[in-house]
Design a protein around this ligand. Structure first.
Ligand SMILES: [Zn+2]
Ligand SMILES: [Zn+2]
Length: 191
C-alpha cells in the first residue's frame, strides 16, 4: 500500500491518494470518445496516448484527499448520462471522473499523480477498454472493444465491499448531502 502525492500542473491543487495498490485499485486505459473529448475540452490532448487512450486509476473516494486548492475544482458534464469530469480551474488539469455521490469508486486521471516515478505504484495497466473508439489500432495485445466482463465483475465486487465499508465517504467531489461541490457545466455535443 502506498501513499501518493497528487498535484495539478501548476501546483495550486494538491492532495494525497491513500492505500494505493495494484490489487485494490483498477489501473486502466480507456479509449472512449468521451474521455478523449474531456482532454480536448481542457486542451490537454497531449495526455492521451497515441491511440487516444486516457490513463485512469479507480479507487475509493475516501482514499482521494484534496488538502489544498479545493475551491479550484470544477466539473464538466459531456453527455446526459455520462460521469462528471473533474478538472482544475487554475490550469485545466484533469483530476477524476465520478458517477453518483454514493458510488464507492472514482476514476482518477493518473496524470494527477505528482511524480511520474510514483505512478509505478499503480502496477501495470490491467485493462484496455472501449477499444471501439480508439484512434488506429492500439498495440496492446488485449484491447476490449467495450467493457471486459472481468472488469465489470471486479467493479461490482468493489462496489458491494466499498458500500459495506462506507468507502464512498468522505468524498472530495460531493457534499455530505450528495451534491457536487462545484456546479456541473454542461457541454453536450452540438451535432
Ligand atoms: Zn493548477
Ligand atoms: Zn472513457
Amino acid at each position: 500500500m502506498s501513499e501518493l502525492s497528487l498535484s495539478c500542473q501548476c501546483g495550486e491543487v494538491k492532495g494525497t491518494a491513500r492505500n494505493v495498490s495494484a490489487k485494490t485499485g483498477n489501473h486502466l486505459v480507456c479509449y472512449c470518445s468521451d474521455c478523449q473529448r474531456f482532454m480536448k475540452e481542457l486542451g490537454q490532448e497531449s495526455l492521451l496516448d497515441d491511440n487516444g487512450g486516457s490513463f485512469i486509476f479507480q479507487l475509493p473516494p475516501c482514499n482521494l484527499v484534496i488538502h489544498q486548492g479545493h475551491d479550484q475544482l470544477r466539473c464538466l458534464k459531456l453527455t446526459q448520462k455520462g460521469p462528471l469530469r473533474w478538472h482544475t480551474a487554475c490550469c485545466n488539469s484533469p483530476v477524476a471522473n465520478t458517477f453518483a455521490a454514493g458510488m464507492p469508486l472514482v476514476g482518477m486521471v493518473t496524470s494527477f499523480i505528482a511524480n511520474e516515478t510514483d505512478r509505478s505504484n499503480l502496477g501495470e495497466v490491467r485493462f484496455y477498454i472501449q477499444g471501439q473508439h480508439a484512434i488506429g489500432t492500439p498495440p496492446q495485445p488485449v484491447v476490449h472493444p467495450k467493457f471486459p466482463g472481468k472488469l465489470i465483475r471486479r467493479i461490482m465486487r468493489q462496489m458491494v465491499c466499498g458500500k459495506i465499508l462506507g468507502r464512498q465517504k468522505p468524498n472530495p467531489f460531493f457534499t455530505e448531502q450528495g451534491k457536487p461541490t462545484s456546479k456541473p457545466e454542461k457541454r453536450y455535443p452540438t451535432d
